[in-house]
Design a protein around this ligand. Sequence first.
Ligand code: FPP
Length: 257
Amino acid sequence: MFTLFSRKRKKKSVDLEFDESLEIPKHIAIIMDGNGRWAKKRKLPRIAGHKEGVNTVKKVAKAASKLGVKVLTLYAFSTENWQRPDSEVNFLMKLPVDFFDNFVPDLIKENVKVSVIGYIDELPKHTQKAVLQAIDKTKNNTGMILNFAFNYGSRAEILTATQKIAKKVAKGELKLDAITEETFSDVLMTGVFRKDVRDPEILIRSSGEERISNFLLWQIAYSELYFTDELWPDFDEHSLKKAIASYQKRNRRFGGI
Ligand code: FPP
């Protein structure tokens, strides 16, 4: 049984009963919310919250990799986020450039492989380049997949997948009754991952909001949902373990008894 007992961390250790010998979710998905509110509380501009949010990404990615998580999917930019003011969108588009510039050596050291889901070709060139370079530089790594959802929207993903399936049917490559959950899952953006790690066992959302916000709608059909009031910049290794501890206590029945 893992418990945090250092005096300094005592407050945070309350209700943590994380057990490393129990199941660690293979795929964890996170909606990283609350950067703006974190900044507002400190009378800082919203972008300061996003900057701090990037540090959290580094901490959480390292912690997840250490725990043996196979895929960590982070919702970094949604297809709806373009509606934000230009200055904020521009800042968010620069984040991967700085992040990968600094963090790729660490990712290589940790054997982490970068991956991305989303409509990458619609991103500014400098953002695309940073993402594609990180994917290339880490492509031979065999450890955790750090998967960024960037310019991602689940309804759009499902429509794109449906079009792919329809094309196959129209060309006579696929029979109507051969369309199964598996063939559909194959053409989703997460279809590039091994079948046993495509769907997250747990979806975490920070900041107290309890919504899915167009994230992995197909893939979370049976996921455990975990909401925490912590704002994303305050989220850390301990918060992750707390979420996993909650997952470990749940009884997943997949519709059975
Ligand atoms: C939601 O918080 C957060 C985002 C839209 C951006 C999340 C991005 C990061 C945490 C950094 C991603 C890192 C990389 C490396 C790409 P919000 O701004 O909606 O917060 P609020 O609801 O408090 O206003």
